[in-house]
Design a protein around this ligand. Sequence first.
Ligand code: NAD
Length: 296
Amino acid sequence: MTRIAFIGLGNMGGGMAANQARAGHDVAAFDLSAKALEKAVGAGCVAAGSVAEAVKDAQIVITMLPAGPHVRSVYGDQVLANARKSALLIDCSTIDVDSARAVAEQARAAGFRFADAPVSGGIMAAEAGSLAFMVGCDDADFAAVEAALKPMARAVIHAGGHGAGQAAKICNNMLLGVSMLGTCEAFALAEKLGLAADRFFEIASQSSGQCWSVSTYCPVPGAGPSTPADRGYEGGFATALMLKDLKLAQEAAARAGASTPMGAQAEALYALFDANGFGGKDFSAILQLLRGRISE
Ligand code: NAD
């Protein structure tokens, strides 16, 4: 049994902390939201009154917070000042690469081991313990990070040094945003050309246009395997979260001097879709924008 502090018990963190408790670990949980904390206690965690209280005896600290500023503040102001130096610190939030590297440097200077370990997979994968983790940490620390993440994971991959996990996450999600838009555009054109969606699905999923957005996550209802499209685009991966990741990718590209014209176009289209009130819909719903049926 390991003593784990889990900070941030929202849509993702709630299920992840529950899986650590289910694996038999002693989980001290904290969230600013009393409701989220109550749910975690129902799942076997012990409520802490503050970040400081949660981390003070922890061997492992895991955070799952909204964005870079939250992570900088929780580590800078609270975790580093109150955790034991021997504690392994793992941030699973999706944040900008610069914040991940800055927090890693602060942690290293204070004598801690730190990893950025963002995830692929949504709320259902968080609950099922089947997330894929992309880890940025020192080589020497990876085995310990992998063991700590195991109860929440189907895969734990070492991406490289500090910040590499976040870099992998935003590059992967930029590719996903672009491939989903290409998929939607192709299905919208097929429709205009009188091609049945299920026929086009069968062909594209076995031809060179094949990709995850076509074969596994088809944006057209009834055309492929069951996806959020078959449930009115509810659940799945929200447009607002895709937009967040595309913005992170564009900010990183600007700082790195990388040319990402497709990523920029994807960000602009998802921003337009979000601004029309569809931020809560699954990101594959952008098909409706490309079909010119945004009100459906
Ligand atoms: P969420 O908003 O549901 O949860 C975040 C939680 O952090 C909230 O409960 C909030 O109260 C808590 N929090 C904020 N500041 C805090 C503080 N100072 N101290 C303690 N608790 C604090 O968000 P989520 O959907 O769980 O996402 C978390 C992270 O995971 C984000 O970075 C997101 O981009 C990433 N992510 C989400 C998904 C998804 O499908 N939801 C998938 C992959 C990655």
